[in-house]
Design a protein around this ligand. Sequence first.
Ligand code: ATP
Length: 264
Amino acid sequence: MLEVKNLSYHIRDRKLLDDVSFRAKPGEMLAIVGANGAGKSTLLKLCTREVQSSVGVIQLRSKCIDTYSEKDLSLFRAVLPQQNSVVFPFLVSEMVLMGRYPHFDFHPSEHDYFVAELALKKVDMWNFATRIFTTLSGGEQQRVQLARVLAQIWDVPQGILFLDEPTIGLDLLHQHQMLELTREFTKRGFCAVVILHDLNLAAQYADQIVMLRAGKVEAAGTPRDVITSENIQRVFNLKVWLIEHPEMDCPMIIPQHNQLSDNH
Ligand SMILES: Nc1ncnc2c1ncn2[C@@H]1O[C@H](COP(=O)(O)OP(=O)(O)OP(=O)(O)O)[C@@H](O)[C@H]1O
């Protein structure tokens, strides 16, 4: 569904991404992880065509991303960017309805309103529908933005979701709800590509992890393949212990405290 082949990206003489390749299938959540500045957002911007590279290939649904019109793309792939500065006093319900723009010309249909309502209920924000978006807390705004993105491709059979640090600003419960919800959509055949800083969340929710280091793929595969103490030490310069999650079949990371103080 998403295939990235030998992708490189330069700005002036600086190489931000170097020969990156991976693929994500329908039904999969793929997490992109790596230290600050590793190239995660740059990779996502290339995959969503916010920026373009002349080196390498990005295919969505087996076709080169460049062959799609903006309208075609918006009908099956939705993007939650890292920063989304809204200044106008839109209502929460209007914000979510914006996700339906690709589906109507002038006036939303009953179905568009219905989907927007379902999406707001899904993120537990229906009670805020008549509030002004900018008066919400950071975490509440993030949940509304997710509802907007889900509403956009709600009834697409195999949609693609790109989420750049979706759990930022969310409390513990809502971090997990955000990723559970994303997984609910992948179970319906969606593909989700998610940048995550929290490796424990990546280990618990991702089917695949791509670990970037200085613009290159340092490790890729299942959480068990990628979340190893050696990889984490190499990529994050941090010694960790790995323990088994008590309920789920995945490793959990605990930083070694002595080493944290050594790093200061
Ligand atoms: N327009 C630009 N001009 C110059 N350098 C840039 C530009 N955009 C990004 N970079 C640099 O490219 C590198 C990768 O940036 P990117 O935002 O992709 O990292 P990231 O892995 O998403 O980081 P973070 O975890 O901090 O969000 C960084 O060193 C950044 O400073």
